[in-house]
Write a protein that binds this ligand. Structure first.
Ligand code: NDP
Ligand code: 8X3
Length: 255
């Protein structure tokens, strides 16, 4: 039977890997993000590699009207979304609270909390009517603990943890599964965004150990969505072997 997955933040990193993996596994995928050129590129890649159908939606998850308009614009044959992967998100800055940059805080809160809520608010009523669906939220190790200078990002991911639990309760009568996937460090554009384009500083985050790859997390998402209907993987914490928690890493000295 045909299954449709909507993946937010599909222009990079985890979202792109998840879209490719789900397309490879036979899901038709709706890929979303703000960068149109990257959506077009991914659309072409999926069309060349896989038989699955692909549809792009370009919108900013922080703007409710844009979210509503984009989802409403889906052609009839794309409207019944089976799987929503709430992946779009970011960290901006790494500062103590007393020096925090207000605009950084707003970008994180608006994207990671409000954006996830907006997309869920628009997509979930259809799942409720059909009494079926699966929502996968990208949490983080930052939602399980806190590390210095990261309080606001960590707070947004703690919110994702709480929202995942709440969604599970509210959608329980409708058989909708809610999974939270919480990665440790994954080598994507995440740190480049956090450090506002400073590539050297971003590279240091992944230096001296094997960080996770986006494909490792796509594996985890596929594992969750491919379980039989009576099985819900509620929460997955996936860490690099060399990372114990949000702030403890075992890094090898550079030779
Ligand atoms: P990337 O920076 O590589 O990708 C982030 C994606 O989010 C991009 O596709 C970007 O698309 C999208 N995005 C950001 N802001 C918006 C917005 N306002 N509207 C729509 N889309 C947006 O980072 P990752 O792939 O690493 O991050 C994906 C998720 O995984 C995030 O939620 C992150 O918090 C989480 N995570 C990441 C970890 C890591 O170490 N990398 C670890 C734990 C969790 P575009 O710019 O085109 O809009
Ligand atoms: C991203 C991982 O450790 O930078 O959520 O918070 S971390």
């Amino acid at each position: 039977m045909r299954k449709i997955a909507l993946i937010t933040g599909a222009t990079s990193g985890l979202g792109k890997a998840i879209a490719l993996r789900l397309a490879k596994e036979g899901y038709d995928v709706i890929i979303a993000g703000r960068r149109k050129d990257r959506l077009e590129e991914l659309e072409r890649e999926i069309e060349i590699k896989y038989e699955s159908k692909v549809y792009s939606l370009c919108f900013d998850v922080r703007v409710y009207n844009e979210v509503e308009k984009a989802i409403a614009s889906l052609p009839e044959e794309w409207k019944e979304i089976d799987i929503l992967v709430n992946n779009a998100g970011l960290a901006v800055g790494l500062d103590p609270i007393q020096q925090g940059v207000i605009d950084d805080w707003e970008r994180m809160i608006d994207t990671n909390i409000k954006g996830l809520l907006y997309v869920t608010r628009v997509v979930s009523p259809g799942m409720v009517v059909r009494k079926s669906g699966h929502i996968v939220n990208l949490g983080s190790i930052a939602g399980k603990g806190v590390y210095p200078n990261g309080a606001v990002y960590c707070a947004t991911k703690h919110a994702v943890d709480a929202l995942s639990q709440g969604m599970r309760m509210d959608m329980l009568p409708y058989g909708i599964r809610v999974t939270q996937v919480c990665p440790g460090a994954v080598n994507t554009e995440f740190s480049l965004v956090r450090f506002k384009g400073n590539q050297d500083r971003a590279d240091l985050v992944y230096d001296g150990y094997d960080a996770l790859t986006a494909e490792n997390i796509a594996d985890a998402v596929f594992y969750a969505v491919s379980q039989p209907p009576h099985v819900n993987i509620q929460d997955m914490l996936v860490m690099p072997t060399a990372q114990a928690n949000g702030s403890m890493f075992h890094k090898e000295e550079k030779k």
